[in-house]
Write a protein that binds this ligand. Structure first.
Ligand code: ADP
Length: 175
């Protein structure tokens, strides 16, 4: 899995990856990602609050890759949410040009100085020298690459102790 993640990042970095673009409905993609992640949420006793409106937004995107981003962010949110009463929310907003997806949790949050570093390759490995890392530290680096390839942005808002909010934007397809 680690080797595959490294190779994937290299492929994105080298520009050799061609997006498999198609017209997709945002809600279909979100629902597929949520369905995939529900068993993990149940196992960890984390409630998922889906606050997605019925509005249909059409995107031109690589469905498999955007689902990968959502699953990464959702599984991190579940993993790092409050141990006793874990709660993860998904909501979206839009401007004329973009939709913004937000995935929030009620866990320990992320320190201000780490908000950029966290998207670096192997960040976790650098950050946690004293114990065996549970993941690879590549998940968010891959998320950022995928969103960059779609000309979107990805960022974090967090007040440490009060959870983290991960946002990403994608351009709305003009019809
Ligand atoms: P990993 O696969 O090791 O979790 P990621 O790139 O997905 O790698 O995450 C890197 C690091 O960012 C994690 O090890 C963790 O320290 C931090 N992190 C990611 N998501 C969250 C979150 N929702 N709340 C707090 N910390 C987080």
């Amino acid at each position: 899995h680690l080797i595959n993640q490294v190779l994937t990042l290299e492929k994105y970095d080298s520009g050799a990856y061609k997006l498999n673009l198609a017209s997709e409905l945002l809600n279909d993609i979100l629902n597929q990602a949520i369905d995939t992640i529900l068993p993990l949420a149940k196992e960890r006793n984390v409630s998922i609050k889906n606050q997605i409106p019925d509005t249909q937004y059409l995107l031109s995107c690589d469905r498999g890759l955007i689902i990968q981003v959502l699953i990464n962010l959702l599984s991190n949110a579940i993993k790092f949410s409050n141990q006793d009463a874990g709660e993860v929310c998904i909501f979206i907003s839009n401007s004329d040009q973009d939709i913004t997806v937000c995935i929030s949790d009620n866990g320990r949050g992320i320190d201000a100085e780490l908000k950029e570093l966290i998207f670096d390759k192997f960040f976790q490995a650098k950050n946690q020298t004293l114990r065996k890392p549970e993941g690879s530290g590549l998940g968010l680096a891959i998320c950022k690459k995928i969103i960059d390839l779609h000309h979107g942005n990805i960022w974090i808002e967090s007040e440490p102790g009060y959870g983290a909010k991960f946002y990403f934007t994608l351009p709305i397809k003009k019809v």
